[in-house]
Design a protein around this ligand. Structure first.
Ligand SMILES: Cc1cc2nc3c(=O)[nH]c(=O)nc-3n(C[C@H](O)[C@H](O)[C@H](O)COP(=O)(O)OP(=O)(O)OC[C@H]3O[C@@H](n4cnc5c(N)ncnc54)[C@H](O)[C@@H]3O)c2cc1C
Length: 405
């Protein structure tokens, strides 16, 4: 009789490899199949090559999902602290960069090595490149047809990730399998992605490419798919539009056709007792040029661009009408603009949407209707904020699944 695995994991990325290591160490016979020549490519390119592998503050509030409670059980059972202990046990140096974000001191390869070492410790087998051609069920046993033969298993774990960066092998395979078995899939769309603008709305701002500054940004609305958000983070102006942590975070909540709001002075107000009325209502400013006044709180190039947008460049404050002052104040503290779109899957860091969490048991990640069919990692409708939360979801969902195999 041919061998029957306890679990075959399709996809040897962050969630798949982690799950394989944990399940193997629990005594399960596990096989990982991946179509890529080289495994862990997304981990390798993550965090600018240093992998932001978790966040000290990772909790349910850092995730978008149609069911905001879904992540709670998995995050509680395998937390950021648990993964940090594992990183420490492998002697990997790391540091905190910003708001709890933990990065490798050296390179992301250390995390890939950790995952392979954990798999080896548990005796998990890894085969790649292997093409999975079909997945079917015969009673309690699953049959996985590949280009290298058939594998039989008690459980199948779908861990093929999301759609960002198609150049390194992203596919819809987990979503296809979910649909094949009648599971609902929430429409995927790019998230943590730069936003683009029409030349009309962006006006003279594309000349400021490379400029970065802290802002307060808000996007989404109470009625939209994942609600509304507000972040105080850095924004980066680029030739194509807006990027930087503030915009990436806002992009996950942005719905096509809706407006985003930027308070260019929000970060200054947050960190000091400054209020924008101090410059708009200050009569001592009467003889100063508009752009000079704005440059007291904004980078000079941006101050000039805003003054220019309102045709106030070179005008003394005393000459600026009440109406123009009000319009300028609105522009600077509540710049409301409709993005034309996103830069798409090529530039996105994660996928929004995926296998509907209603279809899965939050304790185990198993399908409610199909015994032995699991979905973990990014293919599930759970998307983290920027800052290490997406890897934490890969570890937590992989761990929850591994306990159930
Ligand atoms: C540029 C970039 C930077 C990022 N930086 C960070 C960061 O610093 N911190 C953070 O938390 N998150 C980061 N992310 C997100 C993070 O990489 C993902 O959320 C995480 O890798 C998801 O894990 P996963 O195991 O679900 O999917 P993946 O890690 O993407 O693994 C999926 C695996 O499935 C395989 N596969 C795909 N299709 C098939 C198929 N049909 N058959 C067989 N195998 C298949 C792939 O080859 C891959 O090995 C970043 C993403 C990008 C794109």
């Amino acid at each position: 009789m041919s061998k029957i695995w306890d679990a075959v994991i399709i996809g040897g990325g962050a969630a798949g490899l982690f799950c394989a290591g944990v399940a193997g160490q629990r005594g399960k016979k596990v096989l990982v199949l991946d179509h890529a020549e080289v495994l862990g490519e997304k981990i390798r390119i993550s965090g600018g090559g240093r992998c932001n592998f978790t966040n000290l503050h990772s909790g349910p509030a850092n995730f978008l999902s149609l069911n905001s409670h879904f992540v709670k059980s998995a995050l509680a059972r395998y937390s950021a602290q648990d993964f940090i202990k594992l990183v420490q046990s492998h002697g990997i140096g790391y540091h905190e960069k910003h708001q709890g974000q933990l990065f490798c001191d050296d390179s992301a390869k250390k995390i890939i090595d950790l995952l392979f070492a954990e798999c080896a410790k548990g005796g998990a087998k890894i085969r790649n490149p292997v093409m999975v051609e079909s997945i079917s069920r015969d009673g309690d046993i699953w049959a996985i047809q590949t280009n290298a033969g058939i594998e039989k298993t008690k459980s199948v774990v779908m861990a093929t990730g999301g759609l960002p960066v198609p150049a390194i092998g992203a596919t819809t395979y987990s979503l296809d399998i979910a649909k094949q078995f009648g599971l609902n899939v929430i429409d995927p769309r790019p998230a943590l992605v730069p936003l683009s603008f029409t030349s009309e709305t962006f006006s003279n701002l594309n000349e400021l490419a490379g400029l970065s500054l802290p802002v307060r940004i808000s996007s989404g609305s109470k009625g939209s798919r994942y609600g509304a958000c507000r972040f105080n983070e850095d924004l980066l102006l680029t030739h194509k539009g807006l990027s930087g942590p503030a915009v990436l975070q806002a992009s996950s909540y942005w719905v096509e056709g809706e407006t985003i709001h930027i308070d260019w002075l929000g970060a200054i107000e947050l960190n000091s007792s400054f209020h924008c009325d101090e410059i708009f209502d200050n009569e001592d400013n009467r003889l100063r040029l508009t752009e000079t006044i704005l440059a007291s709180v904004l980078p000079q190039r941006l101050a000039r661009a805003f003054a220019e947008q309102r045709n106030l460049l070179g005008r003394k404050w005393a000459e600026v009408s009440k109406k123009d002052r009000q319009a300028l104040k609105e522009l600077i503290t509540n710049w409301s603009v409709k993005p034309a779109g996103t830069l798409g899957w090529k530039k996105a860091e994660v996928m929004l949407g995926g296998v509907d969490t209603k279809e899965l048991d939050g304790q185990t990640m198993m399908s409610r209707n199909y015994l032995g069919l699991y979905f973990i990692g990014e293919c599930v409708d759970v998307t983290g904020h920027l800052g290490g939360h997406n890897f934490q979801w890969a570890w937590s969902s992989g761990f929850a699944c591994a306990q159930a195999l």
